[in-house]
Design a protein around this ligand. Structure first.
Ligand code: ZN
Ligand code: ZN
Length: 354
């Protein structure tokens, strides 16, 4: 089969490799869609501490079961499935305390296990052990199913930031994750949702799809006070209840606290580049306004199940966010479409050909 392997920073190659089989406790999938995100781009460029090459990349996987290993119950060839990306151990004290997304023994598809940028992918026993495979209803396409994993991360973020009924929410960053945040916030009953981006073109395209109550373009040189005034005016004077930074931006993180109303929550959703993650904030804002700052690290198997339900029920629409689809041979073009900002969401179809 064909598989895209990461060998070293900047070195991802399409190889012919032996098609794997399903060993005891495993499933073998035909990969129908593996979508791509900024993390894949980061891996291509600089690798990942949990990754040693050569390894097959890709972690947003939807496929069809083609082989069922010994001792695996509940699945038969032909079942359409979605697979978790982050794999908690399920047995440590963090997992047992109900926080599997921060399991210290977490492993990941496309890091420690071969991923979905290949024609076939093994679902490891560790994934089945934590109930990490979800059945995709007939009316949900494989493209949509491949967006379950990123939506699950967005869901984890909004649960931690307690986004709910009546909230005003500001999302910073209008990429696919920002777009999903806008739609999920609405599905959770947010009263107002604003979308902010430094790239006016990207913001306009995203806003045309997800229709925020206000789209705020922050050009280079826009002063923070101007943004603050706009956000306060739009939200009734006090600021917003929640800010989500869906952008790897230090200034966005540093500026976000001032936009929050008393009791507000800041979700640092997008991680910063390694080695450049120190920020400076006014801790008295946190103190006097009783603000909460939360992080988010991927998602749990339960978040994936719920994200699939939200897509299947139509509560969160994701299909129209996929603007680009590429065969596996054009993985580099797929990642380039993310890097250039021309795409919103990019998917790869390993069995499609040019
Ligand atoms: Zn991803
Ligand atoms: Zn654990």
């Amino acid at each position: 089969m064909r598989a895209a392997k990461w060998w070293a920073p900047g070195d991802v190659r399409l190889d012919d490799v032996t098609t794997p089989g399903a060993a005891r406790g495993e499933l073998l999938l035909r990969v129908d869609n593996c979508s791509a995100c900024g993390t894949d781009l980061k891996i291509l460029r600089s690798g990942h501490p949990n990754m040693t090459g050569p390894q097959v990349m890709g972690h947003e996987v939807a496929g069809t079961v083609v082989e069922v290993g010994e001792d695996v119950d509940g699945w038969v060839p032909g079942d359409r499935v979605q697979v978790i990306a982050a794999v908690p151990c399920g047995t440590c004290e963090v997992c047992l305390a109900g926080r599997p997304s921060v399991c210290p023994r977490q492993t990941s598809i496309g890091y420690q296990y071969p991923g979905g940028f290949a024609e076939y992918m093994v679902v490891p026993a560790a994934v089945l052990a934590v109930d990490g495979v979800n059945r995709v209803p007939d009316h949900v396409t494989s493209v949509e199913a491949s967006l379950v994993e990123p939506l699950a991360c967005v869901l984890n973020g909004q649960e931690l930031a307690r986004v709910g009924e009546g909230d005003s929410v500001l999302v910073i960053g209008s990429g696919p994750i920002g777009c999903m945040h806008v739609r999920l916030a609405r599905a959770r009953g947010a009263r107002q949702v604003f979308l902010l981006d430094a790239n006016a073109e990207r913001l306009e395209r995203a806003a045309a799809l997800v229709r925020p109550d206000l789209a705020i373009a922050v050009e280079a040189g826009t002063d923070r006070q101007g943004v603050l005034d706009q956000v306060r005016a739009a939200s009734g004077g006090l600021g917003v209840d929640v800010v989500v930074t869906a952008a790897a931006s230090r200034p966005a993180q540093e500026g976000a606290l001032a936009l929050l109303a008393p009791g507000g929550r800041l979700s640092l959703f997008g991680g910063l580049a390694r080695g450049d993650s120190m920020i400076s904030i006014d801790s008295n804002l946190v103190h006097y306004r009783e603000l909460t700052v939360v992080g988010v690290n991927g998602s749990s198997p339960a978040h994936n199940r719920e994200a699939l339900r939200l897509i299947a029920s139509g509560e969160v629409v994701v299909a129209d966010l996929v603007t680009h689809s590429f065969p596996l041979e054009r993985l580099h073009d797929a990642l380039e479409a993310i890097a250039s900002g021309e795409a919103i969401k990019v998917t790869v179809e390993p069995h499609a050909h040019d």
